[in-house]
Design a protein around this ligand. Structure first.
Ligand code: MCN
Ligand code: MOS
Length: 766
């Protein structure tokens, strides 16, 4: 028997707010606002807690010759000074994909320096202040060698080709050579940083060979695996706890070297150790978005129809790590073209290995192609919206598969209508308000639907309330809320009566919260678990001789608002609590997962602790993506060259929304981050020693309220059951994609000046 309580329609406010699709407010909101929500490093009640502080290298390249720790050792409260010579040896852990690591020791403190800020030593003391004071007494001497501080240092031809990124069809070079209209331009994006409010940090505690780590985490099971592999203990011996996270944006998915240092210190001292990065250390503890350079070449006919795209991209990576920021990801799918070639290189620079930052790949990729198509529109004298429609891709041009759903035409139409695009005067510099030049720009964005498997536990308690458990996380996206809605609707209770527990690796497992996949994965898993809990409940109510429904001989029952009735309403009407009492049960529990049936324990482990089993977005017959169109107005001061974004209308297709209020908030967050990227954000490197100069939130500029106008977001999605169990596509990263090019295009329309280098600062407009 399977009972279905879930609707696939759309719900909004009022009575439907608690169901999937309703605008329920964040269930974790009150705990956060009142301070009741405890973040990882707030577990201060731990007895014997010691404090660790990191010492970072002051050169970008060279060797540590000696570390003089005498003064630090003698400083008050110091318990331990860790250097590469004194720290215990670890094993190398596998990567994201679970690739077996080389059998060599791993030391989280460096002797060979490949970037500025690399951890070289750590102090552990009785108090944080004592550790900070002692860390300042550590003297490190270096043999400094010359470094490649960023992409501008790299010589042409320095790049390493990443053949797996090559995408080609037709004869792109030939078609370009014979195209009547040709444009070719180079676009650059700088190093950018996630800059979450909560810095990286953790508390590590050993009890025998069992390790507990309180650490903000986008991936408890993956990080637990890494810790287990480092220390050579069974996976089950490591527990990660991360109930709340003050933002991650990609930077908190992996266990990092500072975590290893803290866990080593805790083991060596047999005391719990807390280590929190300073804000500057967060700029080198994990890499931000890699700087990129790309050349986009478009050959078109006189009507602006593409004949060829030739695309070359390069991103920076570190000296001994590898990060590829796939620049061809949007270029290869956004528009139809008969001939295409995209290739990518990486260049090694003396930086921490760059990492995932909201829409890695798609974000800079869209900056290239969405500016280039605007340049082509200007060249051929066609409206920038019209040229996008002329080149609309009716299927995935690269995978040659049908789109699962693509409401991009609708996004263009609805966005243009709400923005008033038809009133745009085509000539650059032709719209103004006094000294303010007004520019209107458009750009599209997309993000693939990444799919994976998840599991969850749903428990119906004696009092009729429902508990959900999952090792997945909520870093602000709304996981607590949408899973409460899913369990509430599926079981048939009010969302108020559901308690969702996340962020503990003891709970049923979940893969990484990255690539905007968690909502689709976990609503599916909770739906499964809750359905089977409901089946058990109804089964008991029908068949248990003690149940008030037993005599009814019904074959199904209705559960709604926490009460059980018969479909015809002719039987008893009892609460879930009363039913459980009458049949003598104190709870019902069900675990559900979306893994293929008969999956082995090894496959399950691999699925949750690596990304090896994630499903490609082009698996089977369809190509699955979210889509959006941004319409943006900027005002550029004619005298000063200052750019302000004054209006944003974005129409977005993320399929069915599990909670429109939260999805809108995610989209707006992405757009705001995109405004920061377009106008403010840039990691500036000191060319002498490779230090990030603006490694703090006073100098690394992110937008504040005063920088942000009214933002209107409109959902144009329709349920997409090829993408997820409940029909949603990804939300979290989509909206940042395309914002920067829409702003660059608007700035061109306002000023006639094309800025191809982010951020668009006033000196570039002169
Ligand atoms: N949602 C929805 N309908 C859908 C899909 C999602 O209503 N069809 C809503 C839900 O509220 C859900 C949220 O959007 O909780 C995000 O869902 P999803 O797109 O699946 O993304 P994830 O849950 O996997 O979150 C990760 C994603 C990524 S990869 C980055 S980077 C990012 C982002 O989310 N970092 C964030 N959003 C962030 N938001 C905050 N506040 N902080 C971060 O660090
Ligand atoms: Mo998001 S950058 O995939 O964590």
């Amino acid at each position: 028997m399977t009972v279905h309580n879930i609707r696939h329609g759309d719900a909004s406010d009022g009575a439907f707010a608690e169901a999937v699709g309703g605008r329920l407010s964040r269930v974790d909101g009150p705990a956060k606002i009142t301070g009741a929500a405890k973040y990882a490093i707030e577990q201060q009640q731990l007895e014997g807690l010691a404090y660790a502080v990191l010492v970072g290298s002051t050169i970008a390249s060279g060797k540590v010759l000696a570390i003089d720790t005498k003064a630090a050792e003698a400083a008050p409260g110091v318990l331990q000074v860790l250097t590469p010579d004194t720290i215990i040896s670890l094993r190398t852990a596998a990567d994201w994909f679970g690739t077996p690591p080389p059998d060599k020791p791993y030391c989280p403190l460096a002797r060979d320096i490949t970037f500025s800020g690399q951890h070289v030593a750590a102090i552990v003391a009785e108090t944080f202040e004592q550790a900070v004071a002692a860390a300042a007494l550590v003297k490190v001497s270096y043999d400094e060698t010359s470094s490649i501080v960023d992409l501008s240092d790299a010589k042409a031809g320095d790049g390493i080709p990443i053949d797996a990124m090559t995408k080609e069809w037709g004869d792109a070079q030939g078609a370009f050579a014979s195209a009547p209209v040709r444009i070719c331009a180079a676009y650059n994006t700088p190093r950018e940083y996630q800059a979450p409010m909560e810095p990286h940090g953790l508390i590590a505690r050993w009890e025998g060979d069992r390790l507990t780590v309180w650490e903000p985490s986008q991936w408890l099971d993956g990080m637990a695996r890494t810790y287990a592999e480092w220390f050579g203990v069974p996976f089950e011996n490591v527990r990660l706890v991360s109930p709340y996270i003050g933002g991650g944006f990609g930077s908190k998915a992996l266990a990092l070297s500072h975590g290893a240092v803290a866990a080593c210190a805790a083991k060596m001292l047999s005391r719990p150790v807390r280590l929190v990065m300073t804000r500057p250390q967060t700029f080198t503890g994990y890499g931000g978005r890699a700087a990129t350079r790309q050349t986009v070449t478009i050959g078109a006919d006189a009507d602006g129809k593409f004949q060829s795209i030739v695309h070359r991209g390069v991103n920076e990576t570190s000296i001994d790590g590898m990060w590829v920021e796939p620049l061809g990801s949007v270029t290869s799918i956004m528009y139809a073209t008969p001939n295409f070639s995209s290739k990518q290189n990486v260049v090694r620079v003396n930086s921490v290995v760059p990492g995932a930052m909201r829409a890695p790949g798609e974000n800079p990729s869209a900056f290239g192609i969405e500016c280039a198509i605007d340049e082509l529109a200007h060249e051929v004298g066609i409206d920038p919206l019209e040229i996008r429609l002329r080149n609309y891709a009716e299927q995935d041009p690269h995978a040659k598969k049908a789109w699962s759903t693509r409401q991009l035409r609708e996004a263009f139409a609805v966005g243009a209508e709400r923005f008033g695009w038809a009133r745009r005067s085509p000539e650059p510099r032709s719209m103004r308000d006094g000294k303010q030049l007004i520019g209107w720009g458009v750009a599209a964005g997309t993000y693939p639907v990444r799919r994976a498997y998840g599991e969850a536990m749903v428990r119906i308690l004696a009092d009729g309330t429902v508990e959900v458990e999952s090792s997945s996380i909520d870093m602000g996206q709304g996981t607590y809320t949408i899973l409460a809605q899913t369990a509430a609707e599926t079981v048939g209770v009010r969302a108020d009566d559901v308690v969702v527990k996340l962020g503990d690796s003891r709970f049923p497992r979940a893969g990484v919260t990255g690539g905007s996949r968690l909502a689709g994965v976990m609503t599916g898993a909770v739906y499964k678990a809750a359905s089977s809990a409901l089946d058990q409940l109804v089964g008991l109510a029908i068949s248990d001789p003690r149940s008030p429904f037993h005599a009814l001989q019904a074959n199904t029952l209705v559960v709604a608002n926490g009460r059980i009735t018969s479909p015809r309403g002719d039987g008893p009407d009892v609460s879930i609590a009363e039913l459980l009492k009458s049949v003598g049960r104190d709870h019902i529990e069900a675990t559900g997962d979306t893994m293929p049936e008969n999956s082995t324990p090894e496959e399950r482990y691999k699925n949750y602790t690596t990304i090896a089993m994630a499903l490609p977005h082009t698996e089977g017959d369809y190509s699955r993506h979210s889509w959006c169109a941004h319409f943006i107005e900027v005002r550029v001061d004619e005298d000063f060259g200052t750019v302000r974004v004054s209006r944003v209308v974005s129409a977005l297709d993320s399929g069915r929304l599990y909670n429109p209020k939260l999805a809108e908030s995610q989209w707006k967050g992405g757009i705001i981050m995109g405004i920061g990227q377009a106008l403010l954000e840039e990691g500036i490197v000191d060319r002498r020693h490779g230090r990030i100069v603006n490694d703090n939130l006073a100098d690394y500029l992110v937008p504040t309220n005063a920088d942000i106008p009214d933002i209107e977001v409109i959902s144009v999605g329709i349920p997409d059951l090829h993408s997820s169990v409940l029909g949603g596509k990804g939300v979290g990263e989509l909206a940042i994609v395309g914002v920067a090019p829409a702003i660059a295009n608007a700035v061109f329309h306002a000023t006639g000046k094309r800025v191809r280098d982010l951020p668009i600062t006033l000196e570039k407009l002169i």
